[in-house]
Design a protein around this ligand. Structure first.
Ligand SMILES: CC(C)(COP(=O)(O)OP(=O)(O)OC[C@H]1O[C@@H](n2cnc3c(N)ncnc32)[C@H](O)[C@@H]1OP(=O)(O)O)[C@@H](O)C(=O)NCCC(=O)NCCS
Length: 197
């Protein structure tokens, strides 16, 4: 697994987003080999809009395309603290900004399955939501999730997302249609939640 020395913490502190147990940093070229492994794992991609195996050159092209991407839409690598080092476990991001309506969509992939169900997903989503409101000045952060991705739905609920709608039979996977849920957090909800914590 990829890791970075905690020694780097001071250097990256300005741009890195820190939580209690996770940090979100810029994606580096060294991460690509891990992403390649994860996007080819059917258990990981089950809940994602991915339908074909990805080649290493697909991943390299994706990484190269990030250089031209708007700064606020660049993906963030998810790392968890392991003793004195950091371990890469996935990536996340904010995309499809709608400037007029002050909203954007969020996404997450924890590719290291040994780290599922430990609360990292909900912590990452809470950090991304804070980033949306405190840094990107959004009013609404939303996401789409397949109905059968129960782990994801639960994780998003814990991060304060509220179910706002259901796109009926909007995705076809594994020989059947499934509903897609839309979940969101509004700035006003996040402000009240912050006061309660
Ligand atoms: C979805 C994902 C982000 C969730 O992150 P995570 O760190 O595993 O999730 P968390 O630990 O924060 O929360 C998971 C919750 O679901 C619960 N859960 C897991 N499987 C469950 C099941 N089959 N039934 C009911 N609850 C379940 C866990 O118990 C936990 O809830 P709890 O803390 O109340 O006990 C991560 O698993 C992932 O990236 N998966 C692969 C890619 C993906 O599906 N991305 C999302 C696309 S929308």
């Amino acid at each position: 697994m990829g890791s970075g020395e905690v020694v780097n913490e001071r250097r990256v502190q300005v741009s890195t987003i820190y939580g209690d147990r996770v940090r979100l940093r810029a994606v580096e070229h060294d991460d690509v080999k891990y992403f390649f492994e994860w996007v080819n794992d059917p258990e990981v991609t089950r809940g994602l809009a991915m339908y074909l195996p990805m080649s290493m050159s697909d991943e390299e092209n994706w990484f190269a395309s990030l250089a031209k991407r708007d700064q606020k839409e660049k993906p963030l690598a998810i790392e968890i603290r392991k003793g004195k080092t950091w371990k890469l476990i996935g990536d996340c991001g904010v995309f499809d900004f709608d400037a007029v309506n002050s909203c954007a969509e969020l996404g997450i992939l924890i590719g290291d399955k040994s780290e599922w169900n430990k609360g990292y997903g909900s912590e990452v989503m809470s950090l991304l939501v804070r980033h949306c409101f405190e840094t990107l000045n959004l009013n609404r952060a939303f996401l789409r999730v397949y109905t059968d991705n129960i782990r994801a739905v639960r994780s998003y609920e814990k991060a304060g997302f509220i179910l706002e709608g259901r796109l009926r039979e909007a995705v076809y996977k594994f020989g059947k249609y499934d509903d897609v849920l839309i979940m969101s957090v509004l700035r006003s909800e996040w402000m009240s939640r912050k006061k309660e914590l």
